[in-house]
Design a protein around this ligand. Structure first.
Ligand code: GLN
Length: 499
């Protein structure tokens, strides 16, 4: 059951083969068993969760259902959920109980889905390993010594370890796709503006976008049907017709033009990861796709551009945490200024402080033109590269991350090495384009560990349905996405499905 697709779970629920309460309880007991080790969830509230499951069962009994009614979903702790602790992985918000629901949460509630709990994440979504979380790191279910990626590391581990039916994440520079690659599941970052950011704690507002993290492309499509849509409370939410993201899943790929940017296969890519990606491309050729060699000449500038723009926006967004209205307040202080300084010094972790300092610096009067303005100009050039590329191809493919999961502690003291994890994902955020990561095989690390590798698929604006089609067709002829980690602990009897 834990391996069933969302569609299968929905069918079982509606045929009353299982109740939402039973399904939810089975996930809760897996969480109880494995979460103490994995640390994927940082807030659980069984009573609240089961109340929702009971309500879903009532909806099912009355026949008033949607495809996700009664299905337990994990929510990244960046989404405000009324009555739930919402921390964004920070000490600053360690005691914050959200007084309202984010749009994404409202949408899942309206669909009758069940909120299983809030998942761990890098502090304020800044990181690629989940190690900046105030609540501790998350273990990669494929190897507990390794990181799950970040910043949506808790959702990633929860999906990979089957501690939820599916999860939500957010992606500012790669935080859905890089963990999807490192943990071996399917994750989609939609076109900027497709999913409302209302109630989603802001990191870098012009880049932040929420999306699904799930077992397959089909599951992502069903999640998108719930998450996407216009919301007047987010000024960047796009007013478009509601779409059915499952509509193109079954289309054949004959004649699909796949662009391979030479910059994605250059120095810096782990050779074994490269081989897995080549294998996936070969599979697409068998499915009738044509390969086109393309170039994204400015893509090499995306990391420096991002690390000017994202901190600039973060420094502004995070100025609201001053200890006055909400969030951590220092216990003792001499005057107002001292209260601000101490509250912020105590409430934020090192990476967040680094970003606030960088952001404040690049926005300062003397340096604005040299850094912020320049970065905005190059951002436009990076977006223009994609406009040119999509004249030659329908989708772009490459790796989602430069390596497989790395060991905890390996990069924490080297911010630049950590920042390079997003070298293949950040340019799409800067351009506002949709991108996804799809399990494409496994690679053996230096110590013989077998670890998942994700193929990145980048689409043109609003081409999510086509990308999901491209991923789904691949998942019909491969079973990488169906592989699950063995969570065996020496003294533990594994559930039948995991043997
Ligand atoms: N790893 C990138 C960063 O640290 C991206 C994070 C994200 O997408 N939220 O900023």
């Amino acid at each position: 059951m834990i391996n069933s697709s969302l569609k299968q779970l929905g069918e079982m629920l509606q045929a009353k083969k299982i109740s939402s309460v039973e399904l939810t309880q089975s996930f809760l007991s897996r969480i109880q068993q494995y979460n103490p080790d994995i640390n994927a969830y940082i807030a659980l509230d069984e009573a609240k969760t089961l109340t929702q499951a009971k309500a879903a069962d009532a909806l099912i009994a009355s026949g008033d259902t949607t495809p996700l009614t009664g299905i337990p979903i994990a929510q990244k702790d960046i989404f405000c959920a009324k009555g739930w602790k919402t921390t964004c992985g920070s000490k600053m918000l360690a005691n914050f109980i959200a007084p309202y629901d984010a749009h994404v949460i409202t949408q899942f509630d309206a669909a009758g889905a069940v909120n299983l709990g809030k998942t761990n994440m890098d502090e304020f979504a800044m990181g690629s390993s989940n190690e900046t979380s105030y609540f501790g790191g998350v273990k990669n279910p494929w190897d507990f010594k390794r990181v799950p990626g970040g910043s949506s590391g808790g959702s990633a581990a929860a999906v990979a370890a089957r501690l939820c039916a599916a999860a939500t994440g957010t992606d500012t520079g790669g935080s859905i796709r890089q963990p999807a690659s490192l943990c071996g599941f399917t994750g989609l970052k939609p076109t900027y503006g497709v999913v409302s950011r209302y109630g989603m704690i802001a990191f870098a507002s012009s880049l932040d976008q929420a999306g699904p993290m799930a077992k397959s492309a089909e599951d992502c499509a069903l999640m998108m049907n719930v998450m996407a849509g216009f919301d007047e409370r987010d000024s960047t939410s796009l007013q478009r017709e509601k779409e059915d993201y499952t509509r193109d899943l079954h289309k054949p790929l004959q004649g699909l033009k796949i662009g391979l940017p030479k910059e994605f296969f250059a120095e810096g890519l782990d050779a074994n990861v490269g081989k897995v990606i080549e294998g996936a491309i070969a599979e697409y050729k068998k499915l009738g796709a044509e390969i086109v060699d393309i170039s994204l000449p400015n893509t090499g500038l995306s990391i420096p551009v991002y690390y000017v723009l994202a901190p600039a926006e973060a420094s502004s967004n995070l100025s609201r945490y001053d200890g006055v209205r909400y969030g951590h307040r220092a216990e003792s202080y001499t005057d107002l200024m001292d209260m601000y300084c101490k509250s912020r010094a105590e409430g934020f972790g090192a990476e967040v402080k680094r970003r606030i300092l960088i952001g404040t610096y690049v926005l300062s009067a003397g340096y604005y033109d040299a850094y912020y303005l320049k970065a905005q100009q190059i951002r436009r050039l990076i977006a223009q590269d994609f406009v040119e590329a999509f004249k030659q191809c329908d989708v772009i493919m490459g790796p989602a991350a430069p390596s497989t999961a790395f060991k905890a502690g390996e990069k924490v003291d080297d911010p630049v090495a950590m920042y390079l994890q997003d070298i293949y994902t950040i340019s799409t955020n800067l351009a506002g384009l949709p991108g996804m990561s799809v399990p494409a095989g496994f690679s053996t690390g230096s110590d013989g560990k077998v670890l998942p590798v994700g193929l990145q698929i980048i689409g043109n604006y609003f081409d999510e349905a086509r990308m999901l089609n491209v991923a789904h067709q691949y998942q019909q002829v491969t079973d990488w996405h169906a592989q699950i980690p063995n969570l065996g602990k020496p003294n533990l009897v594994l559930p039948e499905e995991l043997k």
